[in-house]
Write a protein that binds this ligand. Sequence first.
Ligand code: PMP
Length: 395
Amino acid sequence: MELRLSERMNYLKASEIRELLKLTEQPDIISFAGGLPAPELFPIEQLKLISHKVLDVEGKNALQYGPTEGYTPLRKIIAEQRMKAVGVNVSFENILITNGSQQGLDFIGRVFLDKDDVVICESPSYLGAINAFRAYMPKFVEIPMDDDGMIVEELEKAIEKYPNAKFIYTIPDFQNPTGKTLSYERRVKMLQLAEKYNIPIVEDNPYGELRFEGEHIPTIKSMDKNGLVIYLGTFSKTFCPGLRLGWICAEIEMLNKFIIVKQGADLQSSSISQREAAFFMTTYSLEEHIEKIKAIYRKRRDLMIEMIKSEFPEEVKYTYPHGGLFTWVSLREDIDTAELLKTALLEKVAFVPGGSFFPNGGHPNHFRLNFSNMTEEKIVEGMKRLGKVLKEVYR
Ligand code: PMP
């Protein structure tokens, strides 16, 4: 049967790598591929009590439709706690609850992008954002990075070439996929450029609160005097992704556009999830929970880096993330990591080949490793397996 699909579906093809990565769900494979939090850290016992409490105290509302903007007490907690924690003073009226920040990314596409519009992003960038934007058929302009994140001189050149770019998309803290962090000076410069050319910045910050070491760098939103920054937050990495709760923080005029779009998408986020999160945060301390997560991830990061040093060929380059979930490994330019993944899977270990993080293709010689999801024992064993695969290609 001929499917009468939209033009956008030509841009949204299932990837071969996705098929390969399905294999990583087999129990004997040690996978550094996903971006998953450590499940043993989920506060299951507390949430059992909380879900009872939600139904006891607010059962009828928890099972009823609610406002598109979100459950007001949760919006207040986000404004007063999470946004404060990243240096931003806002009211709950600046917060729209979304189904994870992934939904925020899709909404940004809907609100800003027509076909062939320009999106400026880091090179490489988050695959899920690239795919969300791609549905709106934009042109991606990739800005190269170094150890301090997006190179702002290159950003300036790109903006001069594309002054009508719709927005700059950035993950300033412990970026997915590279683990790199945008320096303070560059944040200031990025904001100045955005102001000069009136281009919004989309600051996607799922990892900012997971810093293991080094000095906190202010969020771009915290320096934004003109309402140019649209900030995406999420509870996925600091609490639990299964609740599917994130938020957009923006100026009210801007936020109203997202509210209209959310009405068309799903009316609202789950009434029950929103109450569970809010009740959890008024009963327990999310800060304490985040401290526990950081202590474990830091150990896992240290171990993964140690294993890279001892097991990988010396020529292999890698990033040293000060927080977050990922490190990024760069191999000799002639090595295709999508091919390498096939060999790695035979050795029962997996990573994500780096090519798909570059919206315009190319760059086949990198891969992303996740250190949050596997136990220390598995990190040691998996990295030995991966080291063996790499030594083979470097021989
Ligand atoms: N942005 C970035 C940079 C991410 O890494 C992720 C998740 N891996 C998301 C957004 C989406 O997360 P969620 O929808 O669970 O909030």
